[in-house]
Write a protein that binds this ligand. Sequence first.
Ligand SMILES: Nc1nc2c(ncn2[C@@H]2O[C@H](COP(=O)(O)OP(=O)(O)OP(=O)(O)O)[C@@H](O)[C@H]2O)c(=O)[nH]1
Length: 332
Amino acid sequence: MNPGVLTDEVTKKFAEKLSSKITDQLNTGILILDTDFNIVMWNSFLEVHSTKVSNDIIGKNVFEVFSELPERWLSRKLSSVLQLGTPNFCSWEQRRHLFELPHTRPITTDCEFMAQNCTFLPMEESGKIEYISILIEDATDVCHYQGQLQKALDKLALMSRIDGLTQIYNRKHWQESLEQEFAKARRHDKALSLIMFDLDNFKQLNDHYGHQGGDQVLIEISKTIGNLLRVEDVFGRYGGEEFAVILPETSILGAIELAERICQTVANTPIKFKESNIIATVSIGVAQLTERDSHFESLIMHADDALYIAKNNGRNQVCSGSDNELLKQVSA
Ligand SMILES: Nc1nc2c(ncn2[C@@H]2O[C@H](COP(=O)(O)OP(=O)(O)OP(=O)(O)O)[C@@H](O)[C@H]2O)c(=O)[nH]1
């Protein structure tokens, strides 16, 4: 026998043994399929992370063994790798997982199964593509931390829009919303109304019950009024004890009706603070967008003028009117 051939064979066998050992110790799943999608290889990583043992599934069709697989999507993907002879990739962000494998973070993550990055590689044999190798990487950690980061970003975004005391929108967000609603109302020729209200004699209330008592009133009134609104209405804290509600697609009549309800509900809802039941009242100004209003701020101005009249008329009441009538009343 030719000693060169012997050495080649020994080297080949050694290389095969070595590659099989490496394959079994890899921290990556390797699944090899033939052109009919029958399983040719299912490595140790996949055995450890699934209930399937290589000997039981070799030779079987992958879709028969794993009923959870998205058959249409995966067959198309595999066929394109076979036809084009080029690798393909699917990240966990596109499809969270291919196989329903349990992960090793059972408590701390929202992921139900191991998140997977999958690489599809065509494998040539004698110049023909005979197999596809699917490499499966565990991406659960990345997926988990990305999820945590997204939650933190969502919370930050929400906090930047919310008033810390009353948990309703802050002035900045409320005003941005009014700007958008103003543009929408103009574009679609829809009604838009505004309610602005201010707690009556709040300085006295603060002096009597202390700042904590005043804070409790602001919190409770925000909750009470929040419950009277529709989901499309935008409720915000405009200033210290001044609030505002944007009412999209609402005429002045609808806005006045709601304002009356707010006024009565506040006056009829005592607020518990320590041993006391605090009765607070509000004065309300209502305005509707008119053709002459070229900017969203004029709507605020009209509602604020009406609020001023409500205060002057004795508080705990609703006031509204067209800008001309109001101006006459304000300057009278
Ligand atoms: N407790 C508390 N008080 C606040 C807050 N923001 C503003 N105030 C108080 O609200 C009071 C508002 O007083 P004024 O502007 O004189 O108005 P008012 O006493 O309500 O009188 P009218 O509006 O004319 O009925 C001030 O004493 C502010 O310190 C807050 O977040 N918490």
